[in-house]
Design a protein around this ligand. Sequence first.
Ligand SMILES: Nc1ncnc2c1ncn2[C@@H]1O[C@H](COP(=O)(O)OP(=O)(O)OP(=O)(O)O)[C@@H](O)[C@H]1O
Ligand SMILES: [Mg+2]
Length: 418
Amino acid sequence: MGMFQRDQQIFADAAPLDDSYEPEDIRERDDELEKYQRALQPVIDNRPTSNIFLYGKTGTGKTVATKFMLSHLEADAATYDDVDLSTVWVSCENLSSSYQVAVALVNEIRESQNKEKISTTGYSQQRVFDILYDELDALGGTVILVLDEIDNIGHSDDILYGLPRARSNGYVDEVRPVIIGISNDFKFRENLSPKVKDTLAEKEILFPPYDANQLRSILKPRAEKSFHDGVLADEVVPLCSAFAAQDTGSARQAIRLLREAGELAQANDCESVSEDEVRDAQEELEKNQLYEGMQELTTQGHAVLCALAYHQSLEEVPIRSSDLYERYTKICERLDADSVSERRVRDHLSDMNMLGLISVYEHNEGLSAGRYHEYELDVPLTAVLDVLLSTNRFKDLADIIESTADDNNLLQSDLSDY
Ligand SMILES: Nc1ncnc2c1ncn2[C@@H]1O[C@H](COP(=O)(O)OP(=O)(O)OP(=O)(O)O)[C@@H](O)[C@H]1O
Ligand SMILES: [Mg+2]
């Protein structure tokens, strides 16, 4: 038998559990879709259309709702001879400035016309904006520009000044650009300057997190398509929905959980997916989240974590903050990095506590000893070492900690409960 065999038991078609899958209908978003429809109606009526700004946390359906609305709008616009509509979609996920967004828009337009793309560097910003205006004018009619995950451009938001005013400023005259901005970062929206907010966010649509019932209704049709009949126990979809609702209210998370549970059942050669697989999948995903949380810490955060891991490997935990701080400064010296104050280190520790990476114990021993804090890891040492080993800077230290822990036989037991 081969190492890989096609599964016949669990999944009938895994595509509906994929992130790129486009569902036939958008569920539980009637109010939002109605607002969206009203905002886009002027396109069909050949009236000036406001810019639209969608915001809401990750996995709340902003992207999927926009794809859905635009495909309907495009199909319906095509039935009117006098409606000239084009749409340009740019995901700003890997774009960090207005310059890059402008280049991406130009190239998206050029690509759809089989024209040569422009270089992503070497122009002045004004030159790229001018090229963009020319491309837009050449398209004419209404051009909807979707800037998905626009928060990635941070403060470099010139394009959000420029584009909405391109027509009134006389940069374009054949085209009516309409911007749909999408963001899951509430701070980005708050920090938009009043001028940008006035134009970009003429129409705002908020996508709130889903509750468990809504997630259930979103999951159900996908579950039916994805799994063979009778494979899913009744409580699987409700449990996935409940876990995701408790945590983030993200449909993406709920779908991932369902897929992960199915994959676990498949890996274990089960004939069905039950509550147990969902609980295991949830644990697995939580672990990944912790891992990501650790990876995203700054160098200072990693140094603090490294100091704590060292004491953990010596079995000297919980450890008082003054002792931990001493270790931390030594680590910084060794790394040739600047160290921060003990107070800042305590801030890092309290951030890590919030991320669920470490435990903090507060002691109040009266006047003599005073108040102090003690710390220990709340995640397995091996997980911390994995993260530190994956960085260039901490690799050597992590090797030392690993062998110390090994000498103390800490890693075996640690591994088994990870
Ligand atoms: N109301 C819904 N009906 C059906 N499927 C949905 C619905 N909402 C979300 N989904 C599905 O959940 C997943 C996440 O949705 P989507 O990508 O639209 O989220 P988002 O708000 O754009 O998140 P992010 O801010 O992370 O980009 C997708 O697979 C999408 O198809
Ligand atoms: Mg999205």
